[in-house]
Design a protein around this ligand. Sequence first.
Ligand code: NDP
Length: 389
Amino acid sequence: MSEARSISIFGATGSVGASTLDLIRRDREAWHVVALTANCQAGELAKLAREFDAEIAVVADESCLGELRDALAGSGTAAAAGEGALIEAAQRGADVTMAAIVGCAGLAPTMAAIEGGRTVALANKESLVSAGALMMAKVRESGATLLPVDSEHNAIFQCLAGGRIEDVASITLTASGGPFRTKSLAEMRAMTPAQAVAHPNWSMGAKISVDSATMMNKGLELIEAHHLFPVGLANIRILVHPQSVIHSLVEYRDRSTLAQLGAPDMRVPIASALAWPGRIDTPCEPLDLAAIARLDFAAPDETRFPATGIARAAAGEGGGRPAQLNAANEVAVAAFLDGRIGFLAIADVAQRVLDAWSPPIPTTLDDIYSIDTHSRALATDMTRGPAHV
Ligand code: NDP
């Protein structure tokens, strides 16, 4: 029997965290759990830490530490809280770190894990979007292996196996189109948070579900792909594919196009990252193409869904623009989920924050954080007051 590998899961109480732990639960002997983290779901985190016999459990929100300590009393798991504790947990150096915190809040622990030079499975796209150049430079410097978990990027990564990036003519990111794919602008204006988070194919956390409904998720993924797969921004395309069966495609210079297919279940790309370069079993249904019968494709409609165009422009400008866009979008999505702004205002706020201020070129993580903070303040001002748009 091979030796157990160690793993830390940042964002263990979330949707990606649950899918990761589901796979680990099925092969308990193969894994030693180092750190599990959450923001403030202390009871749930403690339950998971006990089940998986984690070395340490960390809540980002320090006000939740008391609850975590109480819930872990008598267990062998240490309790800690705060951003410093998240970074220290990342520095414990697991063989694999699953970066699955939502938002730019995941940036510092993800960078700390990358600095350790081991394997980082990256779901937390906002950290790569915000600090892409710095993160990729850190990956090169530390020798870490960065494995994309986002299903599209994981698909591209798999299609690139055995190929050379210089031979790639284009990359196509597929997009389900989200729950409002066929809705008119007038209909979208009235959509509620409950309607926006009801994704037709994927079960995900609230923030990414709203991003999927605005298609900002695809915009963020475009920026993510631009950093992970350097084929030139103009060679990264978006294709609406409502069935979410083809997860993305790579076209080579000889016009041979490779695609990765699978059921829309995050356990497939997560399993690929956990086992890479090998394979492990998953409980996922095999793909039954005869039952699916047809696959549809359409060009994205940037009149109804302007977010992909906004993101492409931010990626093209580079510098601090993606961090600014990400921060504005995080604030706008939270305001929409709170009922403070309407659905169409999300992309509008993102665009207005980009128009309002030109950020300096970031060269350090502190620069990223100041762009993030300033952009959040602008977006917060724009989302204050009675519901609009
Ligand atoms: P969830 O909202 O389900 O979970 C988020 C996790 O992050 C929870 O563990 C949460 O803790 C924790 N968290 C939230 N805020 C903070 C904070 N400020 N500091 C530290 N931890 C925090 O998100 P998902 O699992 O859906 O998504 C996670 C990441 O993966 C996102 O970046 C998303 O874009 C990406 N992703 C997700 C996919 C999916 O299918 N869900 C697919 C592809 C990518 P708590 O429970 O205490 O709030």
